[in-house]
Design a protein around this ligand. Structure first.
Ligand SMILES: NC(=O)c1ccc[n+]([C@@H]2O[C@H](COP(=O)([O-])OP(=O)(O)OC[C@H]3O[C@@H](n4cnc5c(N)ncnc54)[C@H](OP(=O)(O)O)[C@@H]3O)[C@@H](O)[C@H]2O)c1
Length: 307
């Protein structure tokens, strides 16, 4: 067995900035689990810049022992999670490099909100993006697709590639708690009968109800970001149930990073990206037994959280 074979393979999506970049940095700096880390980004240019920056940081560390072999290896690959061809190309590359079952840790970090300039904020380059709370059909469609459908597609295609004890992390938000829904929706979202088709119907139903102005009659809040992330929380629960008898012992978790200062939230959020990366990295690396006790569950501040 080569030394590379003993290292776990971790993939982080949307890792060129914000929390994704901080997750990669933390994975790179930890020394408990030897890793090959794939920093992925949809833009080759932006991804390569971040890769170069983190690689330079890694080479400076630890300065006292420059001859010590670096435990973790960073690699970059282009990956646009909204593009099925891009996902397939990446999976083919992983198969070539690491075999049919090639991934131990998948962190679905890519996502976000649609930047809506206001009259005071007409520079798309410099103005802080806002978390969208208004709800029009186009915005609902974009946000549900960039947060829910992309992560579900990415995960569905990666599931056969996960190694024994492989784990999948979804970045969600505490805004997506069940209390924002009304009518039958809270019960349906936690039901053991819910399948992927049903979940897609709920997410598409939200988009369509926003278009017709009937979302509240169906029990949805006017918050596309929270509805999309609630879909991912329900998906993590569903995967834990569906894969319960899979011999690989796969693990799934949805993680709230907290309110983190990134391009998505602007400069007033209280947490740094590094603080936002703490719980997803903890869940990605923690003891499998602890994670298995809460398989498919929600996590915040290093602890399981009731949905
Ligand atoms: N910040 C918070 O307070 C907060 C709170 C709760 C949850 N979250 C979640 O945590 C995750 C990271 O948030 P963040 O604040 O770091 O966001 P961010 O600063 O806006 O960064 C989003 C990242 O996702 C990437 N991305 C978007 N669409 C992509 C696609 N189709 N393919 C590949 N990459 C794509 C972006 O790439 P480009 O640079 O190419 O655009 C960027 O790297 C998101 O899922 C977000 O919803 C954040």
């Amino acid at each position: 067995m080569s030394s590379e074979d003993r290292r776990l393979v971790a993939v982080v999506t949307g890792a060129n900035r914000g929390i994704g970049k901080a997750i990669v940095r933390r994975l790179l700096q930890q020394t408990t689990v030897p890793l090959i880390i794939y920093l992925t980004a949809r833009s080759v240019e932006r991804g390569q810049l971040t890769f170069d920056e983190l690689r330079r940081e890694q080479l400076r560390w630890p300065a006292e022992e420059p001859t010590q072999q670096l435990p973790n290896e960073l690699r970059f690959h282009q990956l646009d999670v909204s593009d099925l061809d891009s996902i397939h190309t990446f999976i083919e590359y992983l198969t070539l490099m690491h075999g049919e079952q090639s991934v131990d840790i998948l962190i679905n970090n890519a996502g976000g909100v649609v930047h809506q300039p206001t009259t005071n904020d007409d520079d798309d380059e410099g103005g802080p993006a806002r978390v969208v709370r208004t709800c029009d059909a186009k915005t609902a469609y974009q946000i549900v697709h960039m947060n829910y459908f992309t992560a579900v597609n990415m995960t569905s295609l990666m599931l056969p590639r996960l190694r024994p004890n492989g784990r999948v992390v979804f970045m969600v938000t505490a805004l997506a708690h069940l209390g924002i829904f009304s009518g039958d929706l809270p019960k349906v979202l936690v039901s053991d009968e819910l399948n992927l088709n049903g979940l897609h119907i709920i997410e598409n139903g939200f988009i369509s109800a926003v278009g017709k102005g009937t979302y509240s009659a169906y029990g949805f809040p006017p918050m596309p970001f929270a509805v999309a992330k609630a879909g991912l929380i329900a998906y993590a629960r569903m995967l834990a149930r569906v894969f319960a008898s899979d011999p690989r012992g796969l693990l799934f978790a949805a993680v709230c990073p907290g309110y983190v200062r990134t391009d998505m939230t602007g400069p007033y959020a209280p947490l740094t990206p590094d603080q936002g990366a703490e719980t997803p990295v903890y869940v990605a690396l923690t003891d499998a037994k602890r994670l298995r006790r809460h398989n498919g569950g929600l996590w915040k501040q290093l602890r399981p959280l009731k949905w």
